[in-house]
Design a protein around this ligand. Sequence first.
Ligand code: ADP
Ligand code: MG
Length: 675
Amino acid sequence: VDVPSAKSVRRAPIAPDVPASAVPLTALAGVGPLRARKLEALGLRSVHDLLCTPPRRLDTSPALVPIATAKSELGLVRRIRGKVASFRFSRFGRRTLVRVAIEDASGSVDALFFNQPWLRERFRRGDEVELIGRAVTASGTALVVLKLGSEQSPLPREDALEPIYPSTEGVTQEWLRGLIERALAEHGQRVSERLDRERLRACDLPELPQAIREVHAPSSPANFERARRRIALEPLVALQASLLARRRERASGRALVAQIGEREQRELLARFPFALTHGQLRAIEDLRADLARAAPMRRLLQGDVGSGKTALGVYACMLIAAAGGQAAFLAPTELLAEQHRRGMLALLERAGLRSALLVGALGARERRQILAGLAAGEIDLVFGTHALLEPDVRFRRLALAVIDEQHRFGVAQRERVFDKGPDVHGLLMTATPIPRSLALTIYGDLDVSVLRERPPGRQPIVTRWLREPKELAHELGARLERGELVYWVVPRIDGEDEDALGAEQRYERLRTQTLARHGLELVHGRMPSAERNARLARFHSGEARLLVATTVIEVGVDEPRATAIVIEAAERLGLAQLHQLRGRVGRGTNASSCYLLGKQSAGERFEVLERTNDGFAIAEEDLRRRGMGDLVGARQAGDNREGLANDESDLELILLARELAAQGAIEQRAAPFTQ
Ligand code: ADP
Ligand code: MG
């Protein structure tokens, strides 16, 4: 009688019309719950996912060389063939080594097999063996064997293209490769092309079934690349489809409709203490149109440091308040939240709007009062930090959330404020420009307004990397003498040694110098916020004209009379952060300077800053250096998206994905980044 094995009993047959995306990995022999979990950590859930795992890269299997050549260069991976001359087995505690001497006409070498004790029975003197190994020194030059050819599994052909997969603990290269081979053989026919074939052909991309065969058994580097791109489209199209679905869902929303006539609009704009720039007016038109709709707004306002985004956020809040809704203005630091409110208070009061400040440092009574005011609808506009996200903060009718420096907030935090009202309009503001490819993926469901110009009369900031900081005292002295204010930034609070002073040590040093005559103050993140504010107030009043600070002043501190910033140990900071910091000056009408003191190792970065003041150019440069995933922290652990937008060259692919998603070809999956 034919008794089925335990394995085949467990794995029930799967109907032929079930798509690969509905076949769990446990349907494959050798994948139990434990392995399935490990694969899931690589982002693989279904057979479809597995087949669409693009290899990280392509390797070429090494060509055969004489043993003497294989020994000649340490570190290289080589293929040799020869006869077994002798072999030895040894054991050190739990580890084992099989050492096999192999010789050919050119010489002999020891091949090392670590922790494979079963191989001790494998070799006989005179056996012909072929293997691939890496040359190392181990009592003479030896080869650590990476692959041993055998009858059942011969080595790949010389120069064969070998896909290299992402591996993790418990999921080795070899195992994954074998698994993919089996999955292809057993379930390959379940993968079908759902995207527009015409369109793919026009883009010189293979259809999916062909692509997965090519990518796992490449016929040429060029074909492999085409196949990789087709496979990379899978997650991109799924992401675009879900973004599209969310956009459609929003279109039927019931957000507060805030309409305003021409005359009221003119009156409102006239309340601002300055004439708005053309860029600001354009963004205002975008906001006005968005807020006049019942579909909740999702707009990203991108503008370089100092371009005047705050006024636009406040404009949106005022529109909403006029229509009877409440608005929340979220900032990443207490300093910034306070400053926003302080800067806009006069304007808001004149417009008859009631505002409040909700930050973590509030006393319990004051906090209770504000919460009551929000719940009763007595407060029109609340400025605040993460404190606004607490569950007990409730609104009567939250209709708009403005999120300043939005990249400082996590996705979940941004969503939490939107959940505090029915169909809340959202305005996200950032000075960190987002490259287009990213804007279309992570931010694919946002509309974007860009502020390129800065308010008139601004002087460009002249940036200099000083190798010799001697002249600094003189230049700063002259500025302080004229009544201008100066920042001196040191990234760390405490220094390590003489070469790397902290802000505290720098402050102590400066205290003994003549510059201190103009008043000297110190702020950093470790002091209580009341203390910090008191010290900042002395700076703003001009009592202390030289301010030593850590990067706490990076966002928000707005002081038009500050005309110079020194950034010490600047090599510790990234390009974008340096640019943001230098944006603390050049906010008035006097010529401003940024002095970078830093190590040669970061010289290239400093030169970029010397060359340009354009935040967009800097962001692009930053991206080139760091890679896109890093820029937004988007490459989440365990998220298997090798094909996802590694550089601008994939922009084309993203645009194609968007177009294909709009055709509705692919079933919808959850958007991984935006929830
Ligand atoms: P951002 O948030 O974009 O970095 P802010 O909104 O803080 O910039 O504005 C920077 C400074 O420019 C503030 O002092 C603000 O009052 C001022 N400002 C904004 N718009 C204008 C304008 N149109 N004309 C003159 N000054 C402006
Ligand atoms: Mg700002």
